[in-house]
Design a protein around this ligand. Structure first.
Ligand code: SAM
Length: 275
């Protein structure tokens, strides 16, 4: 393995006021992520996942203390070979970039990628999740990770949703962000797509009378989940072919969005998942 440092292809940065460091720190802000089309993924596992998926990469930063690790060098060499920048930085810089006291030793800067809605197709056994107005980055990341785990096809972000490329969401996906296609759509565009699609639209609603345990089927399915506070708006709920409920005992009003999505997905994928 060629040592990228020895090969002279690494920029060593020790100052917090270095302009490259300032740019990377600014990626904590959505505005800067939107303007640059970039986002940060933390940790060697996540960076390796992204590189294995040939996700477009801009920069890799690693702590000097990690420069002897073979996997780090391999990742750095791979970024360099794809035309990216390799930065060897201090742990203090990594802490500032990621706003963490104990930062990961490696972070990657990647290009944001969304799939256009008109590229979404559904065949037998396919499930896509549509999230209307999801606001909690942890919920969004957990849903993306669960979609990956059950082999569902992807996630459609409907209406006004939180940023899938925020630090919190990317962390919560545990690398699944790089395996699960994401789509953004307005409510109108989504409703048009759902009406044209051969898939059934399964909505989840607390006032539904259809038990979710009857839903497993090879029929292509779009599973529609509502916002954390207000649930599915009437217009979307009425557009569903089926509205289903997960029964609850006890005094909780509802389940957490990500938990409810997980339960629904395991039912919808029941017949194709094996241990
Ligand atoms: N107060 C909201 C309401 O009335 O719908 C609660 C929203 S809940 C926290 C967020 C989303 O999780 C819901 O829109 C629905 O998609 C799903 N969800 C939560 N509990 C559910 C249940 N018992 N059955 C079906 N879906 C559920």
């Amino acid at each position: 393995m060629t040592d990228p440092v020895a090969a002279g292809t690494v920029h060593q940065v020790t100052s917090l006021s270095n302009p490259q460091v300032k740019n990377l720190r600014a990626l904590q802000m959505k505005k800067h992520r939107d303007e640059t089309g970039l986002f940060i993924g933390e940790g060697l596992k996540l960076v390796t996942d992204a590189l294995e998926e040939h996700w477009p990469v801009d920069t890799i930063c690693y702590a000097g203390a990690a420069r002897d690790q073979e996997r780090v060098l391999r990742a750095a060499a791979s970024v360099k070979a794809r035309g990216g920048t390799v930065l060897e930085v201090t742990e203090a810089i990594l802490g500032k970039i990621t706003k963490r006291e104990n930062p990961q030793m490696v972070v990657g800067v990647f290009r944001q990628k969304l799939m256009p809605l008109d590229k979404v197709t559904l065949a037998a056994n396919d499930v896509w999740v549509a999230l209307e107005g999801v606001k909690d980055p942890g919920n969004l990341g957990t849903v993306i990770r669960t979609v990956d785990s059950v082999g569902a096809r992807g996630v459609i972000l409907v209406g006004d949703t939180c940023d899938p490329f925020s630090f919190e969401t990317v962390r919560a996906t545990m690398g699944s962000l790089f395996h699960v296609p994401l789509v953004r759509a307005s409510v109108e565009a989504f409703l048009g797509f759902a009406a044209r699609s051969p898939a059934r639209l399964v909505g989840t609603h607390l006032s539904a009378t259809h038990d979710y345990r009857t839903l497993a089927s090879s029929e292509p399915t779009i599973l529609l989940m509502g916002n954390e506070q207000s649930g599915l708006p009437p217009r979307l709920a009425e557009a569903c072919d089926v509205r289903a409920k997960i029964p609850m005992a006890g005094r909780a009003d509802s389940l957490n969005l990500a938990i409810a999505t997980g339960i629904m997905l395991y039912e919808l994928r029941r017949d194709v998942l094996t241990v």
